[in-house]
Design a protein around this ligand. Structure first.
Ligand SMILES: [Mg+2]
Length: 367
């Protein structure tokens, strides 16, 4: 006799959100991108309850295949309330690689299981994480790349400020872009710079030293490869500017080592890449009371974004959530988790607090 919380099905939906970031289509992994893509994970229990997760969409067809052939095959028939179910599947699948699509898929499953645990208990997920220290989560505007076009940088920084954001992050690499952003936002507003691994150690130190006068709150992934932590530490030591890293870390183990060694000031796991909500929770707990801040990466808009908000609601230190600054063809959860006055407001609805809108699921963004 199956329990009511037995998993009946796991399916992967391909979600492509059209976006406009006020500039030419940016490159992503060498291709122009016109949609922001991820896989939304739908887990249905035998009692009919549905939980939602999100996985990184490096290749949507690959993710669909992994869910069908690997994750669903192992998860169906298991109890969604089984502690460590996602971790157990991680162990089972470990020889398929310790990062990449399988890990991304398990991240989405983990998020969906947290949504279900909250719904089964009738409480918001932040309650399961120890309770909310805040339900209003401030956000920073994470601008996409304008490739050094300082007028586009300035215009979009001004738009972000006008939209209510109190902090801004650039994905740029030039001194002129940083200068233009600072001029557009004025003094005193936190400004972060994410180079997506632009430089080697010496080039990073030289560039960041030049930018220092414009007041960088942190410099994110300044060196290639991102796992060159010795160079990352050297950038901080040579410039005095705080560093951030973590979205390309492959496992919780690697993230915990980052925290313990204080290899960066801000550690940035991605909920949809590095093990789901469980990883964010573990890193947040490890950072509590230390000099390292858990400041997750969240360049996505679905259940993974909600999972990130719940961890930030519960963690000790208040940090702003990353929100990509662009107009979306569909804004998920615009009504249920509204953005007002520079912050996202979580409700006390059970689980992650919101399900995907029927208009999204039946519309052209989803296949
Ligand atoms: Mg980043």
């Amino acid at each position: 006799m199956p329990m009511s919380s037995t998993i009946a099905s796991v399916s992967a939906l391909q979600v492509r959100l059209p976006f406009d970031h006020g500039g030419p289509a940016p490159l992503f992994a060498g291709k122009r991108r016109t949609t922001l893509d991820s896989v939304w994970v739908r887990v249905e229990l035998e009692n009919g309850m549905v939980g939602w997760g999100e996985s990184y969409g490096a290749d949507l067809d690959a993710m669909t295949s992994i869910f069908r052939n690997r994750v669903a095959a192992l998860a169906v028939g298991r109890d969604a309330q089984e502690p460590g179910l996602a971790a157990a599947l991680d162990r089972t699948l470990h020889n398929m690689g310790r990062s990449g699509p399988v890990t991304h898929a398990l991240s989405g499953l983990d998020i969906a299981l947290w949504d279900l645990r909250g719904k089964l208990a009738g409480v918001p997920v932040y309650k399961l994480l120890g309770g909310a220290r805040r339900t209003r989560i401030p956000a920073y505007a994470s601008l996409l790349q304008y490739y050094g076009d300082t007028s586009l940088v300035a215009r979009n920084v001004a738009s972000a400020m006008a939209a209510g954001y109190g902090q801004v992050k650039l994905h740029e690499r030039t001194l002129d872009s940083v200068r233009a952003a600072r001029a557009a936002m004025g003094a005193g507003v936190p400004l972060m710079l994410d180079t997506n691994c632009a430089w080697d150690r010496q080039a990073a130190i030289a560039a960041v030293n030049e930018m220092r006068e414009f007041g960088l709150h942190w410099v994110e992934e300044p060196v290639w490869p991102p796992e060159d932590l010795a160079s990352l530490v050297a950038v901080r030591e040579a410039t005095g500017v705080a560093t951030a890293v973590g979205e390309n870390a492959s496992s919780l183990f690697e993230l915990m080592a980052l925290v313990r060694a204080r290899s960066a000031d801000y550690v940035q796991p991605s909920a949809i890449k590095s093990g789901g909500l469980s990883t964010l929770k573990a890193v947040a707990d490890a950072c509590a009371g230390t000099f390292v801040t858990h400041s997750p990466q969240s360049a996505f808009f679905g259940p993974g974004f909600l999972a990130t908000l719940h961890v930030l609601a519960a963690q000790e230190q208040e940090v702003a959530v990353e929100r990509l600054f662009c107009q979306l063809g569909h804004v998920p959860y615009a009504q249920s988790v509204p953005f007002e006055g520079g912050a996202f407001q979580l409700s006390d609805a059970p689980g992650l607090g919101a399900d995907p809108e029927p208009s999204l699921l039946s519309g052209p963004c989803v296949s």
